[in-house]
Design a protein around this ligand. Structure first.
Ligand SMILES: Nc1ncnc2c1ncn2[C@@H]1O[C@H](COP(=O)(O)OP(=O)(O)O)[C@@H](O)[C@H]1O
Ligand SMILES: [Mg+2]
Length: 273
C-alpha cells in the first residue's frame, strides 16, 4: 500500500480496498409487500484480489452485484469503489464509474446481439456512441487473442459459436475497457460442466495476468474456490461466513456452508492451463 504526504504531519493512505460495502440493506417494495433482501451486509474486495460470493439461489447475490453497479439503490448503508463513496458521485462521475466497474453477464446466449458481429459487439463496449470495429481492430484482436479465440472471430456472428466460446467473447467484451473492478455473476452456470472448467481456467489465468480485482459469484462453492482468494457465504441476505477460500472449503464453520459443500458433487474437472 502506498502513502502520499499531503501536508506536514498528515498522510493520506491510498485505498486498500477496490470495493467496500458497509451495513448494506436493500429492501424491495413497501408496507406488507416489503422484502428485505440484503440485511446489513459488510464486505470488501482488496485491490488485485478475487472474492468469491456464494449462496443458494435467492440469497441476494445478484442484488448485491446490482447495487455495486448502481442498478439497484440501497435502502441504507454505504458502497465505496476505489475509496469513493458512490452516494457522493455527481451524474457525470457516476457515468465514469460505470466504465470502471464491469459486470460480465451470466448467459452468453442472450448477452450478444444475434444481428451484430463479434467485432461490432466488442467495438460497442469500447465506444457505445460510435462503435467502429475497423477503427478498434487491433484492440479487438488483442482481446480475442487474450481469451484464446481465433482472429477471424471478429467478423463472425454469435450463432456460429458454442456457449463456452460466446462466454469467452463476453469476457473479452467485459474487460476491453480495462475495468478496475469486475463482477462475474454466475458466468459458468449456463454452461456444460466440461466447458465450465475451461472458463474457470480462463478466469484464473486472466486474474493472474491482469491483476483483476473481482467479485466472483456462484451458487457453487466448488466453482468459487478455484478462482477466489477469499470466500463470502451469503444466506438469506446475511453473511454467515467469510475467510480464505481454502479454509472455508476445507474447514467450514457455519452449518449452512457445510450444507452447501454437501450439496455440490465436487468441482468440475479443473486444472490451471
Ligand atoms: N426487483 C426486485 N423486486 C422484488 N424482489 C426482488 C427483486 N430482485 C430480487 N428480488 C428478490 O430478492 C431475492 C434475492 O434475489 P437475487 O439477489 O436475485 O438472489 P440470487 O442472485 O442469490 O439468486 C429473491 O427472493 C428475489 O425474488
Ligand atoms: Mg443471481
Amino acid at each position: 500500500m502506498s502513502t502520499t504526504t499531503v501536508s506536514a504531519g498528515t498522510t493520506a493512505t491510498a485505498p486498500a480496498n477496490m470495493m467496500e460495502v458497509r451495513d448494506l440493506v436493500v429492501q424491495f417494495g413497501s408496507g406488507h409487500h416489503a422484502a428485505t433482501v440484503l440485511k446489513g451486509v459488510s464486505a470488501s474486495v482488496g485491490i488485485g484480489r478475487t472474492v468469491g460470493l456464494v449462496g443458494e439461489s435467492g440469497s441476494g447475490k445478484s442484488t448485491l452485484a446490482k447495487a455495486l453497479v448502481g442498478t439497484v439503490k440501497p435502502t441504507s448503508g454505504t458502497i465505496s469503489i476505489a475509496g469513493v463513496d458512490t452516494a457522493d458521485l455527481s451524474r457525470g462521475d457516476r457515468a465514469a464509474m460505470r466504465r470502471r466497474v464491469q459486470m460480465i453477464p451470466q448467459d452468453p446466449y442472450s448477452s450478444l446481439d444475434p444481428r451484430r458481429t463479434i467485432g461490432q459487439a466488442i467495438a460497442e463496449a469500447i465506444d457505445p456512441k460510435r462503435p467502429d470495429p475497423k477503427r478498434h481492430r487491433e484492440t479487438i484482436l488483442e482481446w480475442l487473442r487474450t481469451v484464446r479465440m481465433p482472429e477471424d472471430t471478429i467478423d463472425r456472428f454469435p450463432h456460429e459459436f458454442s456457449g463456452g466460446q460466446r462466454q469467452r467473447v463476453a469476457i473479452a467484451r467485459g474487460l476491453v475497457l480495462r475495468p478496475e473492478f469486475v463482477i462475474a455473476d454466475e458466468i459458468t452456470s449456463a454452461l456444460d460442466v466440461s466447458v465450465q472448467a475451461e472458463i474457470l481456467n480462463l478466469v484464473a489465468r486472466l486474474r493472474a495476468e491482469l491483476g483483476l480485482s473481482m467479485l466472483f459469484i456462484s451458487h457453487n462453492l466448488a466453482v468459487v474456490r478455484h478462482v477466489s482468494d477469499d470466500v463470502i457465504v451469503l444466506y438469506q441476505g446475511e453473511i454467515v461466513e467469510q475467510g480464505p477460500a481454502e479454509q472455508v472449503y476445507s474447514n467450514p464453520q457455519h452449518p449452512y456452508t457445510r450444507s452447501l459443500l454437501d450439496s455440490v458433487p465436487g468441482a468440475p474437472g479443473f486444472s490451471i492451463d
